[in-house]
Design a protein around this ligand. Structure first.
Ligand code: NCD
Length: 298
């Protein structure tokens, strides 16, 4: 039985995740299998900037022949004092089935879910620094495309884990898939106390024999002061071609984007043969189609 909303990774079980990966892979393999969901509607409400997430949800809805509606927040009735919950109930009355929401507060979708009076479904497209389940799902799909036995892989997160909602949801997703010990390397100031993370300040040791490396952007917008100089960060903490050689020869490099070239990742690595960053973006489309199908038909 599917939870009504997708707010955190724990709204999904391991079979749910595997089914979403399977659906996304089948849609990608044979686009003639894409269902026609007209005249269902998908509303997009983004209180924070977005390129990949917002555009892939829009295009996923369009491929499913859903009606995509992008909220122009400054010109909506929110500016007249309407609450977000009342606006979503209005959307529901107009035929919107799923609302995709990004907001800077950690518990925004959770609180919203309690206020809704209509059957509209929420999909969290990034809340504060704790939750971004749809990104975690497309990252799992990208790993599944390249590797077998996900629970056995050495996965290393690099960089600003402290402010990364991507990392938090990814750690939960991998735990649901049976990989309960991930690795992290970065400046001690961002060290995690999550018992599922093996933390280190030694980059060469952390990257040794890695199967998957996920780089994280420095989330300047979520910090008062950034203790690092962007010009030195790559040499001190970033993923360079030389460091990548410590990992397995067939290791893959992920990054949720947007990337800051020459800061958390060297350009030659981002564009190199081990990079799967472009594949992650493409997978965003297929995974979000799988999600819209699931949440529209449940
Ligand atoms: C991420 C986000 O918004 O949390 N981007 C994304 O959705 N692909 C990561 C980031 O902003 O660094």
């Amino acid at each position: 039985m599917t939870d009504q909303h997708l707010i955190h990774m724990d709204n999904l079980s391991q079979p749910d995740i595997l089914e979403l990966i399977d659906t996304a892979q089948k849609l990608r393999q044979d686009p003639s299998k894409v269902p026609n969901l007209f005249p269902r509607g998908c509303g997009l409400m983004f209180f924070e900037n977005s390129t990949r997430t917002q555009h892939s949800f829009y295009l996923a809805a369009a491929r499913l022949k859903m009606i995509p509606l992008v909220a122009n927040l400054e010109r909506s009735s929110l500016s007249k004092g309407e609450s977000v919950a009342d606006m979503l109930d209005t959307w529901s009355a107009l035929g919107i089935d799923v609302a995709v929401i990004r907001h800077q507060e950690n518990t925004f979708c959770q609180q919203l879910a309690q206020q809704l009076k209509s059957p509209i479904r929420l999909i969290n497209a990034g809340n504060g620094n704790i939750s971004h389940p749809t990104q975690a799902l497309l990252d799992c799909l990208s790993i599944h495309d390249n590797k077998t036995e996900l629970d056995q892989l050495k996965i290393v997160l690099m960089g600003d884990i402290a402010h990364s909602r991507v990392a938090h949801s990814f750690i939960q997703a991998m735990a649901l898939l049976g990989n309960t010990k991930l690795h992290w390397v970065g400046p001690a100031i961002w060290q995690s106390d999550d018992p599922r993370i093996n933390c280190s300040q030694d980059i060469d040791q952390a990257l040794s024999d890695a199967d998957v490396i996920m780089c994280l952007r420095i989330q300047h917008e979520r910090m008062q002061n950034t203790p690092f100089n962007d010009n030195h960060y790559l040499q001190e903490w970033g993923l360079t071609a030389q460091r990548l050689q410590r990992a397995k020869a067939d290791a893959i490099v992920l990054h949720p984007g947007p990337i800051n070239r020459g800061i958390e990742i060297a350009s030659e690595v981002a564009d190199g043969k081990q990079s799967r960053i472009r594949q992650q973006v493409e997978n965003g489309l297929w995974m979000r189609m799988a999600l819209l199908i699931k949440y529209c038909s449940a």
